[in-house]
Design a protein around this ligand. Sequence first.
Ligand SMILES: [Zn+2]
Length: 332
Amino acid sequence: MSALYPWLVRPWQHLLNNKARPAQALLISGSAGIGKSALAYAWAQTLLCEAPRPDGDACNECGACHWFKAGTHPDFRLLTLQEKENKDGETTLATGIDVEQARETVDFVRSSAYRAGRRVVLVEPADALNVAAANALLKVLEEPPLNTTFLLVSDQPRRLLPTVRSRCTRLDVGLPPQEDALRWLRDQQLDNAEEMLALASGAPLAAVKCLEEGGLTVRKDLFQVLSKPSSLDPVMRADTWKNLNPRVWHILTYKWLCDVLATRLKCAARFNPDYSEALLKLGKHVDLARLLALSKAHVEQGRYVMHPLNRQLQLETWLIQYRQLFIEDEKT
Ligand SMILES: [Zn+2]
């Protein structure tokens, strides 16, 4: 697939090599921001293509390919988080894929196919299936109707029900080698490729997204504040920070906490070495148990960071907890 990211050539080739007998339920997992979704869509198109090229790849020209690219292929279903309106009239994403959606999908795969006979269901993010939805799908994952393929995409496959995971063939997509990722980022004419890639933990598409969302400027502002917890005013800060992109905020603060932990354990700061001096000071005075608790809660919160019930309150709580990590020291 010519348009696929260069670091996906190997998993792509692996899929093509097994095209004669494709996995009926394939779980594509790996870090966020490395192109798993693009890989899944490319594979879905290839499975549905009615005039594949000699190497098995989609032709990009037949009716099925056109429908697929237009998002109208009748034998393709996307099972994903639905948009809904909150009470303020804002559009937000649901926090989970619910059982009604799963039941519709089951009906879809049990009905007859419209075209050449194959149906493809893409479930993304598969870890968002709630328990009832996952159980509803389990029946068709266990005994998939003929010529039906399920593609599940997940950044956090451990969150899937073990029964669902065990029905799937795994395709783990690793992070691209740093050199490949940097070369690609530079080809996209991105400034600060190295910094952005480090910030995104080596995931190139996450780096692009972070940059588009003003990651570097936000980073400087955040870290100046977090370097001086004793002068931090949670209410005022939450008020300024509530307008930042929540995902960027979450990534940056998470990595900051990781670095505080690293310096507490007498290791070097991994994500923000340019703030080593400030981190070293924090590491000396941080309460380890509280830091671990906040880090754990932070990871949990990441799942809902894009649709908090009250962003201001969420930030205030976090900032108060952050300040308390160091408060014992101030008394001494
Ligand atoms: Zn085609």
